[in-house]
Ligand binder design. Structure first.
Ligand SMILES: [Cu+2]
Length: 127
């Protein structure tokens, strides 16, 4: 009797964990723009850097791709674009999301404590 009970408890925990994970990603109010991107910006992350740190793009919908090339967990957010966040964890982890960028200069950085200070930041120049 104790074995099925334990199995049930374990599966209940798994369900909670999954529910928790999905709610944290939908937690962000960010809405990805529809439509084809005018450009794809590829950025790599590692311990502790972004590469490249200076990017250029025409204005419009830009697809941002972050690839983690070392172990560790990083993210990429853009100042003044609420909710936009690319999160990677582990070597080879790659995520993409589109963002609508108007003409201007945008700072991006990693929100993991200490990483921005250590140099995980850069600039996207949109013209
Ligand atoms: Cu980082």
């Amino acid at each position: 009797m104790s074995i099925p009970t334990r199995a049930l408890a374990a599966s209940a925990i798994a369900v909670v964990a999954v529910a928790c994970g999905s709610s944290s990603s939908s937690n962000s109010s960010y809405k990805e723009p529809a439509g084809p991107p005018v450009k794809t910006l590829n950025i790599e992350s590692g311990n502790v850097f972004f590469k490249p740190t200076k990017l250029d793009s025409p204005s419009g919908i830009v697809k941002m791709t972050l690839k983690n090339i070392e172990s560790g967990t990083h993210d990429l957010v853009i100042r003044n674009i609420p909710g936009f966040q690319l999160q990677v964890s582990g070597e080879g982890s790659t995520v993409s999301e589109k963002v609508d960028l108007k003409k201007g200069s945008y700072e991006f950085y990693c929100t993991i404590p200490g990483h921005e200070e250590a140099g995980m930041k850069g600039t996207i120049t949109v013209s």
